[in-house]
Design a protein around this ligand. Structure first.
Ligand SMILES: NC(=O)C1=CN([C@@H]2O[C@H](COP(=O)(O)OP(=O)(O)OC[C@H]3O[C@@H](n4cnc5c(N)ncnc54)[C@H](OP(=O)(O)O)[C@@H]3O)[C@@H](O)[C@H]2O)C=CC1
Ligand SMILES: O=C([O-])C1=[NH+]CCC1
Length: 100
């Protein structure tokens, strides 16, 4: 059994914080408490990559793949996690990062 508790304070950075608690589903014992920021960052970036792969990459012709530009808007926790996953799993012609 797993519970994720998240706080969201958009004016604060990082905006998201929280904890993931994992319990043994046979006896209810607490097994671990993990940082929800890290898990949420990796989960969200990986889900974005899978969605992009299904909705775009699979339909692209070779020429589109060769000219692809990755643009990341906002360079916080999610921006960095998306940059990490997207550059590890796909080859980009160019990567642009935009922050304020
Ligand atoms: N769909 C999902 O499952 C999830 C969605 N989210 C959402 O993703 C968003 C980002 O979260 P997270 O990365 O954790 O937050 P962070 O606080 O780590 O990053 C937010 C970034 O946005 C930048 N930013 C804020 N305002 C502007 C602006 N006007 N122009 C350009 N950049 C700006 C900040 O810049 P600066 O460093 O200068 O302050 C900061 O780098 C939130 O809206 C959050 O709710 C988060 C987790 C999961
Ligand atoms: O799925 C999630 O953990 C979140 N969505 C928006 C903020 C955190």
């Amino acid at each position: 059994m797993c519970v994720k508790t998240i706080t969201s304070f958009p004016e604060s950075s990082p905006a998201i914080d929280g904890a993931v608690s994992l319990f043994n589903s046979n006896n209810g014992r607490l097994l671990l408490i993990a940082d929800a920021k890290e898990i949420t960052a990796r989960r969200t970036a990986t889900a974005s990559f899978l969605a992009t792969q299904l909705l775009a990459f699979k339909k692209w012709k070779n020429e589109q793949k060769e000219n692809a530009i990755l643009t990341i808007l906002g360079c916080g926790v999610q921006g960095r996690a998306h940059l990490d996953v997207f550059t590890q799993l796909f080859k980009w012609n160019k990567v642009k990062k935009k922050k304020r």
